[in-house]
Design a protein around this ligand. Structure first.
Ligand SMILES: C[S@@+](CC[C@H](N)C(=O)[O-])C[C@H]1O[C@@H](n2cnc3c(N)ncnc32)[C@H](O)[C@@H]1O
Length: 123
């Protein structure tokens, strides 16, 4: 299982339980800080079947059809090139595999009072 934008690795805790000892969980993140934090957190939890990579863009450093499933939480929304992100995600999923992601989308333009308000953005 691959976590696209794994952050500190919290969803990989759950993923590692789902895949079991014979499975493998991988995480990629845009920042070295988060990749390092994920590695430290998973190791602290005694999880061994993981690999975390820092990436530079939406390009995923794995082969075609490497994963049964890709998960992503709050990341695709941040991507400046969503088409590339989805193309890459589908490239690394096995035929019949699954993408499960959570994100926020806007259906309408924000009112001006909210659009430039960083506090509203984080709520
Ligand atoms: C809102 S955090 C979510 C982290 C994690 N998914 C979670 O639910 O805790 C977004 C993360 O996505 C990473 N990120 C943003 N764009 C990315 C990209 N194109 N590829 C990989 N990671 C990315 C950020 O560095 C950050 O760690």
């Amino acid at each position: 299982m691959l976590d696209f934008g794994c952050g500190a690795g919290f969803d990989l805790f759950v993923a590692s339980k789902l895949v079991g000892e014979r499975g493998r969980v991988c995480g990629i993140d845009l920042t070295e800080d988060m990749a390092t934090r994920a590695r430290e957190n998973l190791a602290l939890a005694g999880i061994a079947n993981f690999e975390i990579k820092k990436v530079d863009s939406e390009t995923i450093p794995y082969h075609d059809h490497d994963f049964d499933a890709v998960i992503s939480n709050g990341v695709i929304n941040l991507s400046p090139c969503k088409q590339t992100a989805f193309t890459e995600i589908y490239r690394v999923i096995k035929p019949g595999g699954r993408l499960q992601f959570a994100d926020v989308i806007l259906e309408n333009d924000l009112p001006a009072s909210l659009a430039g308000n960083a506090e509203a953005w984080s709520q």
